[in-house]
Design a binder for this molecule. Structure first.
Ligand SMILES: [Zn+2]
Length: 91
């Protein structure tokens, strides 16, 4: 049995620790832009969320993104994130 350690991150919605690879990364880039980083390879400060509408709603409610990225989150970012959750849910 392999005991390779899988990096875990805390979801900004439900607060659970999960495998980083299963999560969606929201990134604050070095020039203060907020993007949804599907590849997880860009530089910047990241927040992680489960790819589910439930966690998205929780994150909106508890302002998890604001707290995690320490800045105001533009409405467009939430809209993009909601769209992302929607398309994941349909797969
Ligand atoms: Zn979650």
């Amino acid at each position: 049995m392999s005991t390779k350690k899988i990096p875990q991150r805390q979801c900004i919605g439900c607060g659970e620790m999960k495998n980083k690879k299963e999560m969606l990364r929201v990134l604050k880039t070095t020039d203060e832009q907020i993007i949804i980083d599907a590849t997880g390879r860009k530089n910047g400060r990241g927040a992680y969320i489960c790819p589910s509408m439930d966690c998205y709603k929780k994150a909106v409610k508890n302002k998890g993104l604001e707290r995690s990225l320490k800045m105001a989150i533009p409405k467009e970012v939430y809209e993009a994130l909601e769209k992302e959750m929607d398309s994941i849910g349909e797969q």
